[in-house]
Design a protein around this ligand. Structure first.
Ligand code: IFM
Length: 447
């Protein structure tokens, strides 16, 4: 048995997002978000679930901060609900919304927990969607006003800011696949949305820094290797294209390299939403990149018949999580290494990593989620390997602190370290929560 130790200044945290935990969807002056509208649309979310109540964190935040303290969390990544601050997306400010986050930040600091604030984790004000949503350039302008408001209000106490969570998912799953809010299926809307998300990010970075000069500002992307299913040229080309669509479309412009020419050409769509100067703004220097890692992709070319392609040589690990995602811990090492050696981001955080399993409360009230412990442990070992080869990985955030609303899957997928009984709102620390507390205390894992 060996021990993976982490640097003494390594930050251990857990993450959540506003719509997934807060509830109180229409309380204290909050405006409607695209997720309120989407989840209230029959058939959009499994079992008709909505985030109306979720984990009721809006009312139970105090109890939840106490849980974090029990775990020994050093940092907590949460997101602000934009329509709680600006009910119509821009213009009139809802003071009660600001007060909520004000109290939360104070309580975290009081508990010795560093807040990492995400500005946008998918709950766009519905009023902005009605005016065109992310495909409209004005939404990027509104985002900067919102970033300015939030960082002016909290910047005296919050030093770590994340502009966007997973813009790929906002753009592609929301505007092309239609599985997330606002539920559209239009390639041109998707491309424009992705650009305006990145543009809003790039414009917001200097504004946040102006409001909090020592701020560390970053963005969070969903990343994971796209492996060809065989070494055939067709599979390799398909995997590289998939990498371009999911990764390079976001990484390259953020790193000042513009949009990847191979993907632009393959899409063959007009990019007339890109204005002069946009790419320079998008490439605003970052303090860190946040990596959300869950699994990898194994890509098989669709362009030639299966029987004419080379035999597959890469097969998934048979172990899958409840999401149907392959458990592939080495992928975390691979992506961290690639980011460090191929891109200029000065520091990295794992801003999400975790697994959904069908957890149940046992006869004596315990939740024995041994598979989650194993998942997290294996990924931490890979994070440790990455640090050992020089990757500037500064911290790790488990997804998620609490079981919560898993978007189109509703409450059917449990990712939490803490079990939530949605009927009573009782919280139960799972075995993984106790285990994670010991990892934090030891600053390392046994493997
Ligand atoms: O729950 C989501 C989170 O909101 C964004 N990253 C992936 C998680 C699991 O699907």
């Amino acid at each position: 048995m060996t021990h993976t130790c982490f640097p003494s200044n390594f930050i251990w945290g857990a993450a959540t997002a506003s719509y997934q935990i807060e509830g109180a969807w229409n309380e204290d002056g909050k405006g409607e978000s695209i997720w309120d509208r989407f989840s209230h649309t029959p058939g959009a979310v499994a079992n008709g679930d909505t985030g109306d109540v979720a984990c009721d964190h809006y009312h139970r935040w105090c109890e939840d901060v106490a849980l974090m303290k029990t775990l020994g969390l050093q940092a907590y990544r949460f997101s602000i609900a934009w329509p709680r601050l600006l009910p119509a997306g821009r213009g009139d400010v809802n003071q009660a919304g600001l007060d909520f986050y004000d109290r939360l930040v104070d309580a975290l600091l009081e508990a010795g927990i560093t807040p990492f604030v995400t500005l946008y984790h998918w709950d766009l004000p519905q009023a902005l969607q009605d005016a065109g949503g992310w495909p409209a350039r004005a939404t990027a302008e509104a985002f900067v006003e919102y970033a300015d408001l939030a960082s002016r209000a909290l910047g005296d106490r919050v030093a770590h800011w994340i502009t966007l969570n997973e813009p790929f998912v906002s753009a592609v799953v929301g505007y092309l696949d239609g599985r997330h809010a606002p539920g559209h299926t239009n390639l041109d809307e998707m491309l424009a949305a992705a650009h305006h998300l990145l543009l809003g990010h790039g414009w917001a970075v200097p504004v946040i820094r102006q409001n909090r000069p020592q701020a560390e500002v970053g963005i969070v992307l969903n990343l994971g290797g796209q492996h060809p299913a065989s070494p055939s040229p067709a599979d390799r080309a398909a995997a590289w294209r998939q990498d371009g669509v999911i990764h390079r479309w976001f990484l390259d412009p953020l790193a000042g390299r513009g949009y990847p020419a191979d993907v632009v050409q393959w899409r063959g769509r007009p990019m007339d939403f890109v204005m002069g100067g946009d790419l320079e703004h998008i490439a605003a220097p970052l303090d860190f990149l946040g990596v959300n890692y869950y699994t990898r992709g194994i890509v098989r070319s669709q362009e030639i018949p299966e029987n004419e392609n080379e035999p597959r040589t890469v097969f998934p690990n048979p172990e899958h999580t409840e999401m149907g995602w392959e458990v592939y811990p080495e992928g975390l090492y691979e992506i961290l290494g690639r980011l460090h050696f191929c891109y200029p981001f000065p520091a990295l955080y794992v801003t999400e990593n975790g697994a959904a399993y069908p957890d149940q409360v046992g006869p004596s009230g315990e939740v024995d989620d041994a598979r989650r412990v194993s998942y997290l442990e294996q990924h931490l070992v890979q994070a440790g390997r990455a640090i050992a080869v020089g990757v500037p990985l500064r911290g790790y955030f488990a997804w998620s602190l609490l079981d919560n609303f898993e978007w189109a899957h509703g409450y059917s997928k449990r990712f939490g370290l803490v079990y939530v009984d949605y009927r009573t709102q009782q919280r139960i620390l799972k075995r993984s929560a106790h285990w994670y507390g010991r990892v934090i205390a030891a600053n390392g894992v046994m493997d």
